[in-house]
Design a protein around this ligand. Structure first.
Ligand code: ADP
Length: 483
C-alpha cells in the first residue's frame, strides 16, 4: 500500500520552538506516524530557534517577493523531524516568543506573518515541491488556518484538508483592512468565507473550509459546539458537526519515562514505587520546604492564565494548607497571578514554594516528586500535564472539563471498589469544589494502600501516542484523494 503523504502546518514544534501543548503535539505526532505508514512533513516558520538547529538544508522553493520581502523554503531535518522551513527574515527573524514582541504586545504584522505560513503550505499542498506532493494538508490552530482558505479559493486541484483545534480561545482575528495585504480577494469576505464578526478570522477560515475538523479530546469536541466553550465559533461548529470529531493527545513516553528520566533524582517504576520517595525529598529541598515524607505535597506546572483556574487555588490555600500540606508551583504568564503566588510563598515559606518561569527539568522533578498534581482549569481542550502526572505516579486532581474529564477516572466509592480510579475530579469549577477535591485526595493519601492502588492504576494507563496517532492515520486514509 502506498504511504499517505501528509503536510502538517504549525507555528510551533517541540523541541525547536514551544509556547505550549501545541508544540508537544506537532513534535510527537510525526514520530508516532512512522509505524503507521504515514509520510509526514511539517512546514514551520523560520524563527531563529528553528534555523539554528537545522542539520543542513536545501533550498526547495524561492519567492523573490513574498509579503514584502524575499523568502525561500528550506527542506531540512532537525531533532528527528522532517521539515519545510519558511525562511522569510522580514517576518520571522525575531528571537523569543513567536507571537509577542519584547514590549509584551502581539507583533503588529501577525496577520501577514501567518498568512505567509498558510500561503506557503497551500503552495506545497498544490504541488510546488514535486518531491513531496501531499495527499492531506493538516493545519494546527489559528496560525495555520488560512492555509485552507488559500486552497479553497484557488482554481487548481487541492489535497484533502484537516483543521485541528488545540485551543479555541486563540482565534487569530484581524481587521478587515488587511484582506488584500494577506492575499485574499474581496469576494472571500463573506460569512461563508473568511469574515468573522466584521473582521477576518484565521481559525474561522480553517474551520469553514477544512474537509474534517478535529478537537484534541472527545469532550472538548462536544463542548465547543455550545456557546460557553464555543467562544463565538459554536454556531459554525454545530453546522459542521458531521465532520467534527475528538482525538485525544498523547505524550512522548520516551521523554516522559520515570524509569529512565535523567532529569529526576531517583528513577522508579510501578514495581519500584518506594524509590519515588527520593524525588519528593529532592523537590522539597529544591523549594526549601521541610523535608517531611508524610506531608501531602501538591504540585502545579502551568501557564498562569484565567483558563487554568489557578486563582481558585489561591483562594483555597488558607483552607487546604492547614495541616502541613505543601504546594510547589512552576509557572508563568499573567503578571497579577505571578505576583500573588510569589506573595503567597513569602507568607507561607514552609508551606509554599513558587518558581515563576519556564523550566523543563523542574517540570519533570515536580511530576516525580509531588503526591498530587492540581489542574483546576475552567476549560481544557486536552491537557498534557495530567497525562505526565498519571505516568509519574502524581495523582491528578482535575476539574471535570474537556480532556481532563476524558483522561482521569474519579476515585468515587464505586470506582475505588472496582479498583479503576486514577485521580480525583471535581465540578462545577469553583474554589469550594476544588477545596473539597483536595480534602478528598488528602483523605485517600492517608490511606496508603488505597493511594498506591490509584497511583498504580494511573501509571499503567496508556498515555502514549501509539493509539491516538492511529486515529489520525485512519482519518488521513479515509480522506486522502486517490491521485
Ligand atoms: P497548554 O498548552 O494550555 O499550556 P497543556 O497541559 O496542554 O497546556 O501543555 C502544557 C505543556 O507545557 C506541558 O508539557 C507542561 O509540562 C509544559 N509547561 C507549562 N508550563 C510550564 C513551565 N512553567 N515550565 C515547564 N513546563 C511547562
Amino acid at each position: 500500500m502506498k504511504a499517505v503523504r501528509v503536510l502538517s502546518v504549525a507555528s510551533e514544534i517541540y523541541p525547536l520552538i514551544k509556547t505550549g501543548g501545541l508544540a508537544d503535539v506537532t513534535g510527537a505526532l510525526p514520530k508516532a506516524f512512522k509505524v503507521e505508514g504515514i509520510e509526514a512533513r511539517t512546514v514551520v516558520p523560520g524563527y531563529p530557534d528553528v534555523l539554528n538547529e537545522l542539520e543542513g538544508a536545501d533550498e526547495v522553493l524561492r519567492f523573490p517577493n513574498f509579503y514584502g520581502g524575499p523568502a525561500r523554503v528550506l527542506g531540512s531535518s532537525a531533532a528527528g523531524l522532517d521539515l519545510f522551513i519558511l525562511d522569510a527574515p522580514h517576518l520571522f527573524a525575531r528571537p523569543g516568543n513567536p507571537y509577542v514582541a519584547p514590549d509584551g504586545a502581539d507583533w503588529p504584522d501577525n496577520a501577514i506573518r501567518f498568512a505567509a505560513l498558510g500561503r506557503t503550505a497551500a503552495e506545497i499542498g498544490q504541488g510546488a515541491i514535486p518531491a513531496f506532493v501531499p495527499d492531506v494538508v493538516h493545519a494546527h490552530d489559528w496560525q495555520a488556518g488560512l492555509t485552507h482558505a488559500f486552497l479553497h479559493y484557488s482554481e487548481r486541484p487541492r489535497p484533502a484538508t484537516i483543521m485541528t483545534v488545540h485551543n479555541l480561545a486563540y482565534q487569530g482575528k484581524f481587521a478587515r483592512e488587511v484582506l488584500s495585504d494577506i492575499g485574499l480577494s474581496p469576494e472571500s469576505f463573506t460569512i461563508d468565507g473568511v469574515e468573522y464578526y466584521g473582521g477576518i478570522g484565521f481559525l474561522k477560515a480553517g474551520l469553514q473550509f477544512a474537509d474534517r475538523i478535529t478537537a484534541v479530546s472527545p469532550t472538548y469536541a462536544v463542548e465547543i459546539q455550545q456557546p460557553d466553550a464555543g467562544m463565538g465559533l459554536d454556531g459554525l461548529l454545530r453546522a459542521r458537526s458531521n465532520v467534527l470529531s475528538g482525538i485525544l493527545n498523547g505524550i512522548d513516553i520516551s521523554v516522559w519515562n520515570p524509569e529512565t528520566d535523567p532529569r529526576i533524582a531517583s528513577p522508579f517504576s510501578v514495581n519500584t514505587l518506594p524509590d519515588r520517595a527520593a524525588n519528593k525529598t529532592a523537590l522539597q529541598r529544591r523549594f526549601d520546604l521541610p523535608l517531611a515524607p508524610d506531608a501531602f505535597l501538591l504540585g502545579v506546572i502551568s501557564r498562569l492564565s484565567w483558563q487554568k483556574g489557578l486563582d481558585l487555588l489561591l483562594e483555597t490555600l488558607p483552607l487546604v494548607l492547614g495541616d502541613g500540606t505543601q504546594l510547589v508551583l512552576l509557572g508563568n504568564g499573567d503578571r497579577y497571578l505571578e505576583a500573588r503566588y510569589s506573595a503567597a510563598a513569602k507568607s507561607y515559606p514552609d508551606r509554599i514554594g513558587v518558581l515563576i518561569g519556564y523550566d523543563e527539568n523542574l517540570a519533570h522533578l515536580i511530576q516525580a516528586g509531588a503526591d498530587a498534581l492540581v489542574v483546576p482549569s475552567r476549560f481544557e481542550p486536552c491537557g498534557l500535564t495530567q497525562l505526565c502526572a498519571l505516568r509519574y505516579g502524581a495523582i491528578p486532581i482535575v476539574s471535570r472539563v474537556g480532556g481532563l474529564a476524558d483522561t482521569v477516572i474519579d476515585a468515587n466509592e464505586t470506582i475505588i471498589a472496582a479498583d479503576a480510579a486514577t485521580g480525583i475530579q471535581f465540578g462545577p469549577v469553583t474554589s469550594e469544589n476544588l477545596a473539597g477535591a483536595i480534602r478528598r485526595a488528602k483523605g485517600l493519601f492517608h490511606n496508603k494502600p488505597a493511594w498506591q492502588r490509584i497511583q498504580k492504576n494511573g501509571m499503567t494507563v496508556d498515555v502514549s501516542w501509539h493509539n491516538r496517532a492511529r486515529r489520525y492515520a485512519d482519518l488521513y486514509r479515509q480522506i486522502a484523494k486517490p491521485n
